[in-house]
Design a protein around this ligand. Structure first.
Ligand SMILES: Cc1cc2nc3c(=O)[nH]c(=O)nc-3n(C[C@H](O)[C@H](O)[C@H](O)COP(=O)(O)O)c2cc1C
Length: 364
């Protein structure tokens, strides 16, 4: 049976299908509960949430499902090099000048230099330990063996994201229970932490096979999977589960606004880019005017998350004025294959297609 894998056994779930967590308020309780109730593993990306919000989100998830779910954090949530959490005025002005034409066009003043940012991870981590989700997944780094041991003691199963075989080896060496192999087709940020994200752009199926060779723990394939055939391909190449993001993000239950979901079903989704222009970290979304104009200016953006703060008023105004070519809509390369707008239907279709695929190959 295709759904009898190391991961379904470890987590006690029916199908080896994870709904990828989305940071930046694009996750939703409804989506998590729908997927966990349907036998997969729902996931909530909480890196951008305050501790109070995380407590409330967790409470709502627990009242919407009695099944296990995944809470997700970013181990590293700032690239600001200075201890005071800020950057020089000169650095800010240089980057802001790049975006002035777009702010002018939107009739907006250039924002002030962003307020200092200090990591929130330690507080968030303590909460996750207290809330004891079935799975705690994390990206942008490794956790110490002590923290991973504490998770194990509390019955929390951990999953760390890798974009290279070296990162998978580093995650396994610290004691992570499962590895998420994140191919460069995926929507959202590249979770690289050993080498630069730009030099860690391996495709999902190469990455999966190389990581499978290097680690003993279960491997979850992420990036470019949205169909039963995609699931079967990943399982054939050694995955113990898949993590699907873009296809679930496009469903009505996700936290994405309607314009974002429509974009994922539109012809625009045929073209995606990896860029640092919107947050300061490399991430994939639907190509737009800004990604095209600024593709050669990688070094000039503000460090994460200050670039997000710089771009926030432009994003808000562009969404309000429906200037879609100035909004960066996150999404992966698989978007043109999307069909389903309801998460429950998508989950049912994934299971049926995978069943059909395996029963036809067994007969032949
Ligand atoms: C909008 C968006 C936000 C994401 N945010 C996170 C996140 O906060 N943490 C994380 O581990 N993965 C995040 N991901 C990655 C997904 O969980 C998943 O691994 C990925 O989308 C799978 O590739 P696919 O988009 O090709 O299906 C995000 C993906 C998207 C599209």
């Amino acid at each position: 049976m295709w759904n009898d894998t190391a991961v379904t056994k470890l987590l006690g779930i029916d199908y080896p299908v994870f709904q990828g967590p989305f940071g930046g308020n694009l996750s939703s309780v409804d989506l998590v509960a729908t997927i966990s109730n349907a036998g997969g593993l729902g996931g909530y990306g909480a890196y951008s949430n305050t501790p109070q919000e995380i407590i409330e989100i967790d409470r709502q998830i627990k009242s919407a499902t009695n099944k296990g779910y995944n809470l997700n954090l970013w181990v590293s949530d700032t690239d600001v090099p200075n201890a005071d959490g800020t950057i020089t005025d000169e650095y800010f002005q240089q980057t802001a000048a790049l975006f002035k034409p777009y702010f002018d066009e939107a009739g907006l003043p250039l924002p002030e230099k962003p307020a200092p940012f200090h990591s929130r991870f330690e507080n968030q981590l303590q909460l996750v330990l207290d809330l004891r989700p079935k799975v705690f997944s994390y990206m942008f780094g490794t956790l110490s063996p002590e923290i991973l041991e504490e998770c194990r003691r509390r019955g929390i199963i951990t999953a760390g994201a890798a974009t290279t075989p070296d990162e998978a080896i580093a995650l396994e060496a610290t004691g992570t229970d499962m590895i998420i192999a994140s191919g460069f087709e995926a929507g959202g940020h590249r979770p690289s932490f050993l080498a630069s994200a730009e030099s860690s752009t391996m495709g999902s199926f190469v990455l999966l096979q190389l990581i499978r060779e290097k680690v003993k723990v279960p491997v979850i394939a992420a990036g470019g999977i949205a169909t039963g055939k995609g699931i079967a391909a990943a399982l054939t190449l050694g995955a113990d589960a898949v993590q699907i993001g873009t296809a679930f993000l496009a469903c009505d239950e996700s936290g994405a606004p309607p314009s974002h979901r429509e974009m994922l079903f539109s012809d625009h989704a045929k073209y995606t880019s990896l860029t640092r222009a919107f947050t300061g970290r490399l991430g994939r979304g639907i190509s737009n005017r800004i990604t095209k104009a600024l593709q050669d200016t990688a070094g000039q953006f503000l460090p994460f998350p200050l670039q997000t703060q710089l771009m926030s008023p432009l994003r808000k105004a562009s969404l309000e004025k429906e200037k879609w070519d100035m909004v960066f809509f996150w999404g992966g390369q698989i978007a043109p294959l999307l069909k389903h707008r309801k998460a429950g239907e998508l989950m049912r279709a994934l299971v049926e297609e995978t069943n059909t695929f395996y029963s036809s190959t067994t007969k032949n």
